[in-house]
Design a protein around this ligand. Structure first.
Ligand code: ADP
Length: 483
């Protein structure tokens, strides 16, 4: 299986044309499973970003003047073009990012679902008529696109993170400037190829690669851009939010997490193990909603640990994502692997017990063995920071109140999970967990029809669902008098 060269665009897409960076500089893109260089992409900076914003502004009046129906038709054509190349796009995604091919195919299909969902939801951007306090006036509330949107996305879902921003923006009548992560630019640049195939007007989608701080600064400061949507680390999110705030841009921030995964004594343990495997090890643990702290009630602790160990050994297979049967691809970078290794060493030095894995796998790629540690405690790094890798750390607890306190004892508030069969406990715990996403007896809950957004340092705003569209709309009140 090899990458289809026609889909490996090595230029950026501005105003419907492909171009190099002004400086001519490029940046290599490497396959993390093999260490081989796939190609290179332009290193753009502020000037190219300003041009892309200008192009998006030029395209805006005509795009927002289209009916929702007409925009939806073009968005569906874009999705048809993507699905026509589903297999090739998945191979490309796996090659630049590492995730197993089946997960890559799933991600692309989910991206398309986001775009199709929003294409239809755009037809339901309703306003209000408000009963007027004046006999001779009427009150009308309408919604309008915010304008040009800048998007900065991470490498762990290089297709679908873009899709759920792009879908909402286009449906709302906004145009976009996209900046993907430097490690996975090709899965973003394909949106330019597909936009051309689908006949989207020039400038509606613009895609830049390169110097992230320079591109981010231009997006925050350029008066032609009205909203910034970001998915990535809390550190960078805060930097961007503060700069965007100075220039009064609207922002949506999907930032880091530190997800608790709680197993109560009364849980269906086999179901909880299945959920833990899916939640912890999907994408080799590299998602912002991955279980990071697995809290198990004392009565079932040993049994759960044994079952999880057996399931990991039966189900998880490390390898190149393009190889049949692989469930655990490489980590994205040496730095990512170093962080996992550091968390493992820290946990073991503070009294944790290693049940499986614990070290780098052999080979040229960046592979780490799926790792299980028991006896985890709150003073370990794994309790306080997102590991973003294949380390399952098991903590023991005694009571419901205790575990709620432990679970909430973090500055993050993105996803959490718990397993119980007790209805009263379900509601008590669901309501007390300070998280934007709650999985009850489920380990993977993302869907285009439900909102996705974090509390606390995990960000602000929502993506997906009808709520995801609001972030791209301004509310306008018109008072019609003299009747
Ligand atoms: P991760 O740790 O997942 O790589 P980052 O927050 O570093 O998360 O990266 C997410 C996205 O933010 C990437 O597209 C990256 O290029 C971009 N990015 C990183 N630093 C900055 C910055 N200073 N300004 C704007 N974007 C940035």
């Amino acid at each position: 299986m090899s990458v289809n060269a026609a889909l490996l665009k090595q230029q950026v897409f501005i105003a419907g044309a492909w171009s190099d960076a002004d400086s001519g500089e490029t940046l290599d893109v490497v396959n993390p499973a093999t260490g081989e260089t796939l190609g290179s992409v332009p290193v753009c900076g502020r000037a190219e970003t300003a041009r892309a914003i200008e192009a998006a502004n030029a395209a805006l009046p005509a795009w927002k003047a289209l009916t929702a129906d007409a925009r939806a038709a073009l968005m569906h054509t874009l999705c048809d073009a993507i699905m026509e190349h589903h297999e090739d796009l998945a191979v490309l995604l796996t090659t630049e990012m590492g995730k197993p091919l089946a997960e890559a195919k799933g991600e692309i299909a989910l991206g398309v679902k986001y775009i199709r969902f929003f294409a239809e939801e755009g037809k339901r951007i309703y306003g209000d008529t408000v009963p007027s306090p004046w006999a001779d006036r009427r009150i009308l509330v309408t919604k309008e696109p915010v304008g040009v949107v800048g998007s900065i996305t991470p490498w762990n879902f290089p297709n679908s993170m873009i899709a759920r921003k792009l879908g909402a923006a286009l449906a709302a009548g906004c145009t976009m400037v996209l900046k993907p992560a430097e490690l996975t630019p090709y899965s973003a640049l394909i949106y330019g190829i597909m936009a051309e195939k689908a006949g989207l007007p020039s400038g509606v989608i613009n895609i830049l690669t390169g110097d992230a701080p320079a591109i981010g600064a231009e997006m925050c400061e350029n008066p032609g851009l009205r909203k910034l949507t970001f998915t990535g680390s809390t550190r960078v999110g805060k930097l961007l939010a503060s700069n965007a705030g100075k220039h009064m841009k609207k922002i949506s921030m999907e930032l880091g997490g530190n997800a608790p995964f709680i197993v109560f004594d009364d849980a269906d343990l086999d179901r909880a193990v299945e959920g833990a495997i899916a939640s912890k090890f999907r994408n080799s643990g590299q998602t912002c909603v991955c279980a990071n702290r697995i809290y198990v009630q004392a009565g079932v602790y040993d049994t759960f640990a044994e079952k999880l160990k057996a399931a990991m050994s039966d189900q998880l297979k490390v390898g190149d994502g393009l190889e049949d049967g692989t469930t655990q691809g490489p980590l994205i970078s040496e730095a990512a692997l170093e962080k996992v290794a550091t968390h493992v060493q820290d946990a073991l030095s503070k009294g944790g017990t290693l049940l499986s894995g614990g070290k780098r796998s052999n080979g040229p790629g960046i592979f780490f063995e799926p790792t299980l540690i028991t006896g985890a405690t709150q003073n370990m790094q794994v309790a306080n920071e997102e590991t973003f890798g294949p380390l399952a750390a098991l903590f023991s607890f005694d009571t419901e109140d205790e575990v709620i306190d432990l679970a909430n004892d973090t500055e993050y508030g993105l996803a959490c999970y718990f397993y119980t069969k007790d209805l009263g406990r379900t509601f008590r715990v669901m309501e007390q967990l300070e998280y934007g996403l709650v999985g009850v007896n489920e380990g993977v809950i993302t869907t285009e029809v439900a909102p996705f957004g974090g509390f606390k340092d995990s960000g602000m705003g929502n993506e997906g669902s009808k709520y995801g569209l609001d972030d791209y709309l301004n509310v306008k009140y018109s008072c019609i008098g003299g009747l």
